[in-house]
Design a protein around this ligand. Sequence first.
Ligand SMILES: [Zn+2]
Ligand SMILES: [Zn+2]
Length: 252
Amino acid sequence: MKITILGSGTGWIRLDRNSPGYLIEVDDFCLLLDLGPGVLKQVLRAGKKLEDISSIFISHFHPDHVTDLIPFLFATRYNLGYKRSSPVDLYVAEDFAQFYHLLNTAFRNWIEPPEGLLNINLLPKIKKYRFFIGPFTAYTSPVKHNPESLAIRLEYKTKSLVYSGDTGYCEELVELAEKADLLIVECANSKDLYVEHHLSPEDIALISERAKVRQIIFSHFYPHSERINLDLIKEKFKGRVILAEDLIKIEI
Ligand SMILES: [Zn+2]
Ligand SMILES: [Zn+2]
């Protein structure tokens, strides 16, 4: 499983940290986790074409995680340079039906792909809901952020990856991340600024220790949350810690 960090930032628009997006690859199957503004350009910077995207998972509908879905869908209507012939599978919480209807109304159907090019798979908000995305066995659980927020676990052969989306501390994430080879986790809080429904480095260390994950990627950084005291983390968590940067690649 190859992981490329497309965006290690948030809705705070920066040149050095794009809004959230992660590319997960197995052979030629490409799954995008979240589509914040600028993520499609990051896909190109990572050496991929938009046609290469097989499936998309969206964790929740905050603009920093979903807005590049609009140009992605719009581009399926183009025949100039971009040609999608195989459908893209979208996996998203069941609340998406209303969200998509409102988007289509706002854009007067200009974001509706040609027939057969988009499969929308609505996910129920139940714990450890199991389904399949291409070669992956996937599980989603609701987490503590927005009403539609889901974290996802992906398993391929003996390897497992968990992506938290945005969330506060919750048992659902601890359970979903159990013994994962890699946890990609949001780190929006710091000692200087702690808001509900997000995580601090100390929360993450506790989750990772309790879930017995092998390694963590801290991501979703604000300028105030990216300066992390690794010694403090290592008191609780003995695994490998990676601080996300845009376009770095990790293999598990
Ligand atoms: Zn966010
Ligand atoms: Zn959010």
